[in-house]
Write a protein that binds this ligand. Sequence first.
Ligand SMILES: Nc1nc2c(ncn2[C@@H]2O[C@H](COP(=O)(O)OP(=O)(O)OP(=O)(O)O)[C@@H](O)[C@H]2O)c(=O)[nH]1
Ligand SMILES: [Mg+2]
Length: 440
Amino acid sequence: MTSAETIFALASAAGRAGIAVIRLSGPHTRQAITELGCAMPQPRKATRALFREPATGDVLDDGLLLWFPAPNSFTGEDVAELHVHGGRAVVESILDVLSNVAGLRVAEPGEFTRRAFAHDKMDITQAEALADLVDAETRAQQRQALRQMGGALKEIYDDWRHRLVQALAHLEAVIDFPDEDLPPAVADKVWGEVDDLRDSIAQHLDDGGRGERIREGLMVAIIGPPNAGKSSLLNLLARREAAIVSAIPGTTRDIIEVHMNLDGYAVTLADTAGLREAGDVIEDEGIRRAKRRAADADLKIVVFDGATFPVRDEATEALIDDDTLVVINKGDLLGRPRLPKDTQLISVKTGEGIEDFFATLQARIAAKSDTGAAMPLTRARHRKALEECVESLKRAKAAHLPELAAEDLRLAARALGRLTGRVDVEEILDVVFRDFCIGK
Ligand SMILES: Nc1nc2c(ncn2[C@@H]2O[C@H](COP(=O)(O)OP(=O)(O)OP(=O)(O)O)[C@@H](O)[C@H]2O)c(=O)[nH]1
Ligand SMILES: [Mg+2]
């Protein structure tokens, strides 16, 4: 499949820069290069070129030209890259020439990648990973996107789908040739495979959302009684005065969010209203939001007020669970108190205990995000499709008629196909079916 239209776009960011890259893809690429007054360079070799205005022959820039003839290119079509100087006038003048070449038009967002997908250069999970890589702000996001772009998810999903389609083909054979001498073990084999698949997918789903967390960022909520120093701690971690700090209890009412890169992981840190019986409608709403955020958070930092130590309010106490770091702030007001287990003493004011606390926080975030050797699920779209697949497999197992079971297996395979962009179940079925040994 080749597009009739040739697309072009500025591939590097807009604005003044040392170098800008203009990319073209499609059948008129060669012609566009010629129109710019350049000889066709050797494929895949950076070649110095003068880009010229076709009408006057005026030189627009002195740059580099790269030529990737189809099918060995990013999109699978003829592709060229023009590396020009990143000045506004240079870029605009060259884009202007290109827009006047017959058969060329400006690319739509994502269109190069879409063409790469259409020419089987990548599947949807790889295209998604490419977008993630461009958006990556932390090392963890970068690593994950690169793995996925390399096909780590594609391989898993393709393998599952292949096995499922094969099981389906075997089941179809049992249905279509009931009188043939099919080995009786065929049906057992089908259900054994379905069970295996269901287990593998369930295991992949049960990853605690690590991959999604890396991609979207970990939610950390700071909660505790009023005046404990929650906003002071947020400001310290954010290294800026993001939230108002005051000696008046009930200062923070809304949720204050700070996005940060903590030791290579994306984190959204939220400061919340102090928990108490406020009686003020606005503060009450703030407290409701604080509790909701605590429930949604991947990790909580509970801050108690050292000024009232060892008193701990019930509302805050009730929120402590395994995903909570407990600190007592204002350590400067205390001597050397006997601390409850798993509690850290800090002072935002003097910096006491902050380094240790920071190390604990980093370790907890890393542990929550560590995906280990297995490639994790990275987006809600994948999770949804895989859940659908598991449901269909369960239904297939429970079906009373093989015909109904086959229909459910087909739905399961389709759910997997949607993940990678392969929906040609029937086609593969034909192939597998043809190879199936039925003696006919
Ligand atoms: N002595 C001492 N005072 C502190 C420390 N940290 C914060 N404070 C003070 O405690 C008061 C309350 O601090 P905030 O950060 O506004 O407390 P908060 O928990 O956000 O309070 P609310 O928004 O009302 O819930 C301010 O006057 C801070 O300067 C500390 O480590 N030691
Ligand atoms: Mg506050």
